[in-house]
Design a protein around this ligand. Sequence first.
Ligand SMILES: [Zn+2]
Length: 173
Amino acid sequence: MKCQLLIIFAVLINFSILEEHNSTDTTQIEGFLLCKSCGADNSILNLIINNRISEQAVNVQNLTVSNKSIIVQELTNPLGVRFKVILTKKANCFKSKGGWYSGGSWFNKYSWKLCQCPTCKAHVGWMFELTDLVYRNDPFFPGETGFYGIILDSVISESYADSLLMLDKLLQN
Ligand SMILES: [Zn+2]
């Protein structure tokens, strides 16, 4: 436990260059993050968790979305594929019957399962829940102790989508 805390501390010091590290549990951003594949409205909700960084993160960056600073961590899956991931308290995922996996989790003591867009089934990230609780709570989705890791490349912000629509209209005129 002590060792674990030291690692977390070291990680935090490493990233002390990050400005505006948010001390609250979640950061609310305006608008929504939309599924990039189908643009499904409200597919991803907007409570961003900035204070939980995986010990396995190979890089951590600050990104500004809707004038709010959010943390993006780069994580590598067992196949060696690297993802830029943001953590959110809520997201809408397809109600999959797939089980939870405790192996290969990026977050200690948490199990994971895939999060697919409920509209087009694109893989948009993962759900995480405490391993001790996954089969006691809702088997489909994380509960109060859980969270979601969303692949940055699989979503766009609503304001960015609006700006593209505006641009499209301007070009058509
Ligand atoms: Zn979709």
